[in-house]
Design a protein around this ligand. Structure first.
Ligand SMILES: NC(=O)c1ccc[n+]([C@@H]2O[C@H](COP(=O)([O-])OP(=O)(O)OC[C@H]3O[C@@H](n4cnc5c(N)ncnc54)[C@H](OP(=O)(O)O)[C@@H]3O)[C@@H](O)[C@H]2O)c1
Length: 305
């Protein structure tokens, strides 16, 4: 099968190669999925899980990309809940080979059925950004209607999902980002927008929840804006500063079939709009991941036309 691989951590995205690889075999509780569309988070190449397995052993050449939509072609020993020929989408295990390939072996529990009226490209754009937003707001942030939140990077892949879901759940959303992203963030439903290059984050005032996907100085300053009893949720590692009288949580997104179902249902009924920037074929994936201009929205690789 055709797959994109990386072998050299120092080379980053420039080290990506399109090669022939053996087709994967399903383990217990796995399915094989023929990948129709694949999503990828650029920072994956800096995560240890791209380079080593769960025992810490070198696993290169490694196939990156961990979200997908496709069709089940085989079941592993003892696998239940999905069937051959079923349309699915989901989040592949970070430590196993990923989705920038024609086939993947992954645990069935990390996949959900993809309704027939949702395109594979849309399906592949949802798992990481949708689940991250859902888990950050609902599971870790325990968002309540009427609360005020800061959604950093509100025009980006995760931030646009955070903004839309938080509004649906009854929150007041202050989106942040670059000046060029103001309109896009407002279109995703942000009540206000703070241009981090030209405005003070502190203009937001005290909030109940910060969803941080930027970190560094912005993360530290965000912690100071969390009111007593509030929460700083980070998806870019532990915050260097904690809220004085609140919680600080950092997490890595997990596969969850029920949550994927909630997300795709919202896409179908128009409550949630995915943020796809570029769609490219597998042969054009490396160029698509190394754009010459500023990337906006998610890059989805259409593995099977
Ligand atoms: N822990 C997890 O489970 C998890 C899951 C998903 C994502 N993540 C992480 O979350 C981060 C965001 O992912 P994403 O897919 O949403 O990325 P994205 O689509 O690039 O969105 C990030 C947005 O934030 C903006 N931004 C970043 N730094 C900024 C700054 N200093 N000032 C103003 N705006 C800034 C970006 O603008 P520019 O493009 O101009 O910088 C972009 O619009 C990544 O680091 C990713 O690895 C973690």
């Amino acid at each position: 099968m055709k797959a994109i691989v990386v072998s050299d951590e120092a080379a980053g995205m420039a080290g990506m190669k399109l090669v022939e690889r053996p087709e994967p075999q399903p383990a217990i509780n796995d399915v094989i999925v023929q990948v129709y569309a694949s999503g990828f988070v650029p920072t994956e190449l800096t995560w240890p899980s791209t380079w080593v397995d769960r025992q810490g052993r070198d696993k290169t050449p490694s196939i990156p990309g961990h979200e997908l939509a496709g069709v089940v072609t085989a079941l592993g020993y003892g696998t239940t809940g999905l069937s051959v020929g079923q349309r699915v989408f989901g989040l592949a295990d970070w430590h196993r080979d990923g989705t920038l390939a024609e086939f993947i072996a992954m645990e069935a529990r990390n996949l959900a059925p993809l309704p027939g009226d949702v395109d594979f490209t849309v399906g592949a754009s949802l798992p990481i950004s949708g689940l991250t937003a859902w888990q950050g707001l609902v599971v870790h942030g325990r968002l309540q209607a009427g609360q005020k939140i800061i959604a950093h990077g509100a025009a980006g892949a995760v931030g646009s999902m955070v903004t839309q879901l938080a509004r649906e759940f009854g929150a007041y959303v202050i989106g942040t980002g670059r000046s060029a992203d103001r309109q896009s963030a407002l279109d995703f439903g942000a009540n206000e927008f703070i241009d981090l290059d030209n405005q003070a984050l502190e203009d937001a005032g005290e909030v109940d929840l910060v969803f941080d996907l930027i970190g560094g100085e912005i993360g530290k300053r965000s912690a100071r804006l969390v009111r007593a009893g509030g929460t700083l949720v980070s998806v870019v590692g532990p915050s260097e500063e904690r809220p004085a009288n609140g919680l600080s949580i950092d997490f890595v997104v997990e596969g969850d079939r029920a949550q994927l179902g909630e997300i795709v249902q919202r896409v179908r009924d128009g409550r949630l709009r995915t943020n796809i920037g570029t769609v490219a074929p597998l042969d054009g994936a490396i160029a698509a991941f190394n754009p010459t201009t500023r990337r906006s929205g998610k890059t989805v690789i259409r593995v099977r036309p």
